[in-house]
Design a protein around this ligand. Structure first.
Ligand SMILES: *Cc1c(COP(=O)(O)O)cnc(C)c1O
Length: 468
């Protein structure tokens, strides 16, 4: 965009539209009750602005839809696979490209190959499905977030970084031979969508290289991370964002990706690496659960859409608009005294519910409480990143709340306009004005693994009549 204008506009025009799901507050109260205060249980058509996730929810371009029509659905050796493979090889430089139906399939396969009891995967921060798949293999998942990452109020350019000194202490303690992999998550989803600097990626490579530990990028949002590097890291201001992305991949030996994020596709993912031995084992598992090497659980048309999306996502007008969208929402919430993880991440804004609702005990899920309130008042769906997602049981079966209570408002790519976001701001401003009357929630039922997807909750003090 030309430098002299300060308004950053949506860099697209709209060819096809979908109606939004309008409901009344009364209807939403009933819906919440029958959904057991779990927003995953609500029908999407009953959501007005859906900020649950930016995963697979983006709008594809006309070029991607055209690609869908050209998709080659051959079982083996489809042309669409080769387009997909070439695009990823070009971008990442890795030799072995394995398609999967989404990110967690790549995780499941990778950690089945390299994980297992007695081993540890180290990371700046594991994403929740990544951690679950590491642990399901029997391995431990150890996070080394940067100092300051949990100081949500204090902005810093690269709060997604790994604490390399702490990582090195851990490597020495556990022994490098018990650590098959370091995963650098870019951007750091669990910690507010915060970027990782190139210096930190290179630092991780040098550190792990010293101990013979390979590094993979969990690169769901590699393009957003690359653009943050361009904006914030010395020496990258005039570098084309594609070159920055390529340099990021050079710092690692492989990558896994959920293509539902920065490949601008609705479904898909890949595992990419140079290690031919790991790749051979991974393909064995791929055939077992995902499909043949040249489609891996995807239709040919999906492979085509991903190949095109991986190119489009690196357009600088797109990335400028993308990062500005979250920043715009974040700025306005801060102005209204609503605490967020500052600065906003690449794919959304994370409200600090612990600080926003200090009167709610962590055992009563302040973040889930805020998320359900946002739905009740405005039909807006966010996601809790707090004790429902990360709470644990202690040895005695007691409940251990998570360290943070966040509500993530994730922005689907190319879907909502500025007035949708202005509406979200207005609803949150209203909630902020009435927040002291908000009561917490209590757990009724929760499964062992990834509880937040299916837990049931209810408002506290239900017996005395529900006051909402
Ligand atoms: C979304 C995501 C995953 C998992 O991908 P799915 O496609 O949802 O299975 C893994 N890592 C990160 C960083 C993610 O954002």
């Amino acid at each position: 965009m030309e430098q002299k204008w300060k308004t950053i506009i949506e860099p697209f025009k709209i060819k096809s539209v979908e109606p939004l799901g309008f409901t009344t507050r009364e209807e939403r109260l009933c819906i919440l009750e029958s959904a057991h205060y779990n927003l995953f249980n609500i029908r999407a058509e009953k959501v007005l602005i859906d900020l649950l996730t930016d995963s697979g929810t983006g709008a594809m371009s006309a070029a991607q839809w055209a690609g869908i029509m050209l998709g080659d659905e051959s079982y083996a050796g489809a042309r669409s696979y080769y387009n997909f493979e070439n695009e990823i090889k070009d971008l990442t430089g890795y030799k072995e490209i394995i398609p999967v139906h989404q990110g967690r399939a790549a995780e499941k396969i990778l950690f089945s190959v390299i994980g297992g009891k007695g081993s540890y995967i180290i990371s700046n921060s594991h994403f929740d499905t990544t951690r679950a798949n590491v642990e399901a293999s029997g391995a431990g998942a150890a996070d080394f977030p940067a100092k300051g990452a949990f100081d949500f109020d204090k902005p810093a350019p690269f709060k997604g970084n790994a604490d390399l000194a702490a990582m090195e202490r851990f490597i020495k303690e556990k022994g490098a031979r018990n650590i098959p992999l370091c995963v650098m998550t870019v951007t750091n989803n669990s910690l507010g969508g915060q970027p990782v600097s190139m210096a930190n990626l290179k630092g991780a490579r040098n550190l792990c290289g010293k101990y013979g530990i390979p590094v993979f990028l969990d690169c769901a949002r590699f393009a957003e991370n690359a653009y943050f590097i361009k904006l914030r890291e010395k020496g990258y201001n005039s570098a084309p964002v594609r070159e920055i992305a390529e340099e990021m991949f050079e710092t690692a030996d492989g990558a896994m990706m959920s293509a539902k994020k920065d490949a601008l596709a609705n479904m898909g993912g890949f595992l990419a690496m140079n290690n031919a031995e790991w790749a051979a084992k991974a393909r064995q598992l791929l055939i077992l659960t995902e499909g043949f090497n040249t489609y891996g659980g995807l239709a040919g048309r999906d492979l085509e859409a991903i190949a095109i999306g991986l190119r489009e996502v690196l357009e600088e007008n797109y990335l400028q608009y993308r990062l500005r969208s979250a920043e715009y929402l974040g700025e306005r919430l801060l102005k209204r005294g609503i605490p967020i993880v500052n600065p906003p991440g690449g794919h959304g804004v994370y409200i600090n519910a612990k600080k926003f609702l200090p009167h709610i005990n962590p055992r009563n899920f302040p973040a889930q409480t805020l998320a359900t309130r946002l739905y009740l008042e405005g039909g807006i769906r966010g996601i809790e990143i707090g004790s429902l997602m990360f709470g644990r049981r202690d040895a005695g079966g007691g409940f251990l709340p998570a360290a943070m209570e966040l509500v993530r408002l994730a922005m689907p790519r190319r879907v909502y306009t500025q007035s949708h976001i202005d509406y979200v701001i207005e609803v949150l401003e209203y909630i902020a004005g009435n927040k002291n009357s908000i009561k917490g929630l209590e757990l009724v039922e929760a499964p062992e693994v990834l509880a937040h997807f299916s837990a049931k909750l209810r408002p506290v003090k239900q017996k005395q009549g529900l006051r909402v």
